[in-house]
Design a protein around this ligand. Sequence first.
Ligand code: PGA
Length: 250
Amino acid sequence: MSNAIRPLAAGNWKMNGVTASLAEIKAIAEAAATEAGGADVLICPPATLISAARAAAGGKIAIGGQDCHAKPSGAHTGDISAEQLKDAGASHVIVGHSERRADHGESDEAVRAKAEAALRAGLTAIVCVGETHLQREAGQTLTVVGRQLSGSLPHGATAQNLVVAYEPVWAIGTGLTPTPADVAEVHGFIRHELVDLMPGEGAKVRILYGGSVKPSNAAELMAVGNVNGALVGGASLTAKDFMGIASVYK
Ligand code: PGA
């Protein structure tokens, strides 16, 4: 079943990148068709660069945001709405990343509201879920991920406007990764839940793995069942590293 799903190689630049970094986006865009032609490619730079990144990408790769407010506009100093991201040239937005859940106390309910805002604005929502190290040690991984899914998935989503990213918190930026068997277990569980929560659509929703994906481990991780692409942090900041991952889908 997952063979029929077109994979997505996505980069999350987090709070990294200035104007000079657009050269990396240009290089990724130029390499995408020949080196990763079997996947869709997306880079989510900081919001300050979305518009320029869109121009640098020249339509060859997609550009996304990293968070959005639940409301379309209003008195929310410093926040950015899904509509504004769309207007700046984004086609996707990451919501519920563990760094936002931790740094900004975002609840499942808040994440769902953001994901629904993304859909309202015509963006694809990339909803992140994942357990902490303590939760894994306590054998709570599937319970936690199941609760995050049922609490944060937007109502009315389809396989076109929803992507789920499984990112174990302890694997993000640490160089640690779960074993392929552990990834298979969680992705299989997420698929099962998606089929349950989204009849007719859940079987086709892309499930990305994220957390210390590197050129050296990408092939192994991307080969796991129900892994339909990667959400890459640190290794997405240079075209060389990111294409070393995305080229799994050559
Ligand atoms: P990492 O981050 O690839 O640097 O571990 C992944 C993410 O947080 O999306």
